[in-house]
Ligand binder design. Structure first.
Ligand code: SAH
Length: 350
């Protein structure tokens, strides 16, 4: 069945040629608000039934919600085929941020990450991506006019640049001034370093912030934790990030998960300095969020501070990211895995 959420008003009118423009406008508005057809109370019942029979309104439905003391909320969302994805709502003084998933599972296989431990199940569609935003916006009291979300980060499960066409279609739809109208400048897209698609994105005319998951400054170390390092050398990844910055003028952020006894020595800091020489980029340090199945450990606070200090001494711009969401198993893929394990224990019923 065709998904309607990412359609423009003109496209909706083309699909429903017998409807007057005001009806098309009503449907568009309801869809953007996160509503299903059955809730579109100002449409005639027969029209609601006709729409339900032929089209999909929302690709996501809230299955469970976990709220932490700091207001962070983790959502487990069900897709129409029964697959589960997760996203995290983070309230901030400057506006609320939603961390989105872009694929069911992931095929990048980073050793410390829960998302890819069962491989890729499937790509999410642009409409499913937009539905994540619409239903969470609605659950937090927002609608298409008064949004409860101002920032988006594509940092949940999945590799956004491994689902390029749907992700870029989503970015266009979510920033449509007639729709949710979230500024592309308030959206960050995180990649483990798929060079060809980083370069494609630089020419796409989508002024998002690019975040690159670096996690190690040399290929030998990077290969231990990230299989993608076997395809693209870290120098090429940083070059692609430089191209993105040069072409778009948009900031680039490098993400760096600090792992005990692995990537936080003085030597690691010096190699980072060398790699990022002359690049006005920012390093976002995140103490590794320990994942049950992984052999890697998180450093203590003092070790993190020491590494940060060394980077500052070398003249690099770096901050340690406040770790939200641990209480709600906010690290990529942890919630879905736990939930599915529980579901299997209970004999497969949800
Ligand atoms: N696939 C994309 C985006 C998703 S992950 C990417 O690789 O960038 C968002 C960030 O969380 C990435 O930097 C990822 O490496 C990091 N991450 C994954 N698992 C983590 C963990 N257990 N602790 C800390 N960071 C983690």
């Amino acid at each position: 069945m065709e998904e309607l959420l990412t359609k423009t008003k003109e496209e909706l009118a083309g699909l429903l040629p017998d409807l007057p423009a005001f009806r098309v406008g009503q449907i568009f508005e309801w869809l953007q608000r996160g509503a299903d057809f059955s809730e579109m109370s100002d449409l005639p019942k027969a029209l609601r039934e006709r729409l339900s029979a032929g089209f999909v309104a929302q690709g996501c439905r809230i299955e469970q919600k976990f709220t932490a003391g700091d207001g962070t909320a983790k959502y487990l969302l069900a897709l129409r085929d029964g697959n589960l994805i997760e996203c995290v709502f983070m309230p901030h003084g400057y506006g609320n941020t939603l961390c989105l998933s872009t694929q069911v599972g992931c095929r990048m296989g980073c050793r410390f990450c829960a998302s890819g431990q069962n491989g890729l199940v499937r790509n999410m569609t642009a409409a499913e991506l937009l539905s994540q935003v619409a239903v969470v916006n609605r659950d937090n009291g927002g609608d298409a006019r008064r949004r409860a979300l101002s920032n988006l980060v594509l940092m949940g499960c999945g590799e956004p640049l491994d689902n390029y066409d749907e992700v870029t279609a989503f970015l266009r739809a979510v920033s449509d001034p007639e729709g949710l109208n979230i500024s592309l400048r308030s959206i960050s897209l995180s990649t483990c370093g798929l060079v060809p698609n980083m370069l494609r994105l630089a020419d796409e005319g989508l002024p998002v912030v690019l975040a690159v998951s670096l996690h190690a400054a040399d290929d030998k170390k990077r290969k231990v934790i990230m299989p993608v390092a076997n395809r693209y050398p870290v120098e090429e990844i940083v070059d692609a990030a430089r191209t993105f910055f040069r072409k778009t003028g948009r900031r680039v952020i490098f993400e760096y998960a600090m792992i005990r006894d692995f990537n936080i020595s003085d030597g690691d800091a010096e190699r980072l300095k060398e790699l990022l020489r002359g690049f006005p980029a920012h390093l976002n340090l995140i103490p590794l969020n320990p994942v049950e199945e992984s052999a890697f450990a998180s450093p203590g606070r003092a070790e993190c501070e020491r590494f940060l200090k060394k980077l500052h001494e070398l003249g690099l711009s770096a901050t340690v990211r406040r770790s939200t969401g641990r209480e709600v198993q906010g690290s990529c893929g942890q919630l879905r895995r736990r939930y599915e394990a529980g579901r299997a224990d209970r004999g497969g019923e949800a």
